[in-house]
Design a protein around this ligand. Structure first.
Ligand code: M6R
Length: 593
């Protein structure tokens, strides 16, 4: 949801480095891109709407003078994607340039007041008030840092801001509230960025900037200050992610690469077992669990409810983060509220976490190291998936599930499940080895207008996740439903034009799901079954089917059965000539409510 980068370099041009860094953040927004650098001749600015590659082919973003600057990729909130609305935004005298991730809620009234003072606005964005306010304060004699401080005192909302001025050679000032911001500390080069993958080519030394803090970056290094201007002594953390982890490594798209990493991701995430045991040992007195999350992380949470209630017998709720504040929640100190988030920066989830922190114990299950959720929750479990660049969550979903299985099994002293988790990577490799079969199915159904995905019990969240993946990257309407619930309404929609994907692992729910399969088949639907290998009835009753090792029963099925569904969406997206890594209207990290 917008990405920002800034750098101050020694004896080399900033623009090519900024272009490289911002390309790594394209997963955060890709409707516009821009770079501003500065030198003795003033501010240099190049920006336009479009993906980075398109814009770069047009205006050569890497070719600009100056050894410091800022860059931005945009996911539009205020104002359509256009050149004028692209960042960086400048003040009226074009001496100041600003990039911003977040939303300025009171921008309209500030804009009106600045217009009445004679300032002119070129864009429809909320952001443009920031350079103009900075200009106003600098005109009064305040320096860049002071002017940014005074500006943020006036704005409400969320922001990670980077600002440069032609009057402050080789200096970037930055501020953060509710949108992520990190500082990168190299030997001679210094960075700000929304996220670590942006700067991994240059440094692994990261400082996490907290809410209310300011950064002054210059050739000497980075200084972090609190809201009163006092220097804060921050720890430099060395992260073990590498730049290669954020490359495609021969795959056409990140999504495919990330699907293929899932066997290894499971092995890596299993290393969280000791940490989870330690956390569980501190939770003797909890009598209720409440999961809170959005999107794919919500589907992982639903799986958690089934597992924890059936294995550990602890009553468990699942609440969409954006709905959390509308119910009383009834949390108390015997409730554990679990927040699941790939990014650890999702605004809805963070708001709910802050609310839950006041009354309950909180645990965050997060992928991005050092993200806000990891710093605000009482307990943290890391999903060891490495950077996920494709907007559609795949390997991080699997790693969230692994954490949840570990948590539930440790809570319930269930060694059998703990042992079975070790074999999951092999089952996933089996599925990946038969990828071509899914490709063929995708080709057949690429022109469908609607899909249904159905499953029962633990297969129900898997069906929901299959439908979400399809909608997200193919723009085909996909609806996930509990298999037994179809007859209570949606069956009216089923006819021969609708493919129904039936998720039917062996176990208690098998026979009933097969009956639901018959119900949709009787209405002429094209049934695509994902079920156990070697079952004649499945082949006979389905138009198409994909089989999974029949040792994978319904208890562990969520960890394996989702993989063919991810591949199905991926290949339908490819058949439709879409870019699965950058679906329209979406962003990887949603930092607005
Ligand atoms: O970073 P988070 O896990 O908090 O993100 C939540 C959702 O925005 C995210 O899972 C979204 O639904 C995915 N793009 C789905 O593939």
């Amino acid at each position: 949801m917008c990405g920002i980068v800034g750098c101050v370099l020694k004896n080399r041009k900033a623009a090519p480095i900024l272009l490289d860094c911002i390309s790594k953040l394209e997963y955060r927004g890709y409707d516009s891109v821009g770079i501003a650098t500065a030198d003795d001749n003033g501010i240099h600015l190049k920006k336009d709407s479009g993906k980075i590659e398109e814009v770069n082919n047009k205006i050569d973003l890497g070719e600009m003078p100056g050894e410091f600057g800022i860059a931005h990729v945009r996911w539009a909130t205020h104002g359509i994607p256009s050149k004028e609305n692209s960042h960086p935004h400048t003040d009226n005298s074009e001496n100041i340039a600003v990039v911003h991730n977040g939303i300025i809620e009171n921008y309209a009234e500030i804009k009106e007041s600045l217009e009445s003072e004679g300032f002119v606005f070129k864009s429809q964005t909320d952001t443009e008030v920031i350079p103009i306010l900075i200009e106003k304060f600098m005109d009064k004699g305040f320096d860049l840092e002071e002017s940014l401080r005074k500006t943020v005192e006036m704005i409400n909302g969320s922001y990670a801001i980077g600002a440069i001025s032609k009057d402050n050679p080789k200096e970037i000032v930055a501020a953060r509230k509710d949108s992520p911001l990190i500082v990168g500390v190299g030997d001679f080069d210094f960075f700000i960025a929304s996220d670590a993958p942006a700067i991994l080519n240059y440094t692994n030394n990261i400082i996490y900037v907290d809410n209310g803090e300011f950064v002054v970056l210059n050739e000497e290094g980075a200084v972090i200050k609190d809201s009163d201007g006092n220097i804060v002594d921050k720890k430099i953390e060395v992260i073990n992610w590498t730049a290669d982890m954020a490359q495609k490594e021969g795959y056409d798209y990140f999504m495919l690469k990330e699907i293929h990493e899932q066997d290894q991701v499971i092995r890596d995430t299993l290393s969280e077992k000791d940490n989870i045991s330690e956390i569980v040992s501190k939770l003797d007195d909890i009598n209720r669990i409440c999961f809170v999350a959005c999107g794919t992380s919500y589907h992982a949470s639903l799986t958690g409810k089934y597992l924890i209630e059936s294995m550990a017998g602890i009553p468990t709720d699942v609440i969409l983060a954006s709905e959390f504040k509308y119910s009383a929640n009834a949390l108390d100190d015997k409730t554990l509220t679990i927040f699941i988030s790939q990014s650890g920066e999702t605004a809805d989830t963070l708001k709910a976490l802050r609310r839950a922190n006041k009354t309950s114990k909180t645990l965050a299950i997060v992928n991005v190291l050092g993200s806000s959720a990891t710093r605000e929750a009482e307990f943290v479990i890391y999903t060891r998936a490495g950077p996920e660049i494709g907007v559609a969550a795949t390997k991080t979903y699997i790693s969230q599930l692994v954490c949840i299985y570990l948590f539930a099994a440790i809570l319930a002293d269930n060694d059998e499940i703990l042992n079975r988790l070790e074999i999951i990577p092999d089952y996933i490799l089996d599925v990946l080895n038969k990828e071509d079969e899914i490709k063929e199915i995708a080709y057949k159904y690429k022109d469908a207008k609607d899909f249904f995905f159905i499953g029962r019990g633990l297969a129900y969240p898997t069906a929901l996740e299959g439908a979400l993946k399809l909608k997200e990257i193919t723009y085909i309407h996909g609806e996930g439903y509990a298999a037994g619930e179809l007859k209570h309404g949606p069956l009216a929609l089923i006819d021969k034009k609708i493919p129904v994907v039936v998720v039917v692992p062996p176990g208690n729910g098998y026979d009933k799901t097969m009956s639901n399969l018959e119900e949709v088949r009787a209405r002429g639907a094209d049934v695509i079954t994902i079920g156990p290998c070697g079952v004649e009835a499945i082949k006979r009753e389905s138009k198409d089917s994909f089989c999974v090792n029949n040792e994978v029963d319904e208890i562990i099925a969520p960890l394996v059965y989702v993989v063919p569904l991810q591949l199905l969406s991926y290949y339908v997206s490819i058949e439709r000539n879409l870019d699965p890594d950058k679906p329209k209207n979406l962003a990887k990290c949603v930092t607005v409510e």
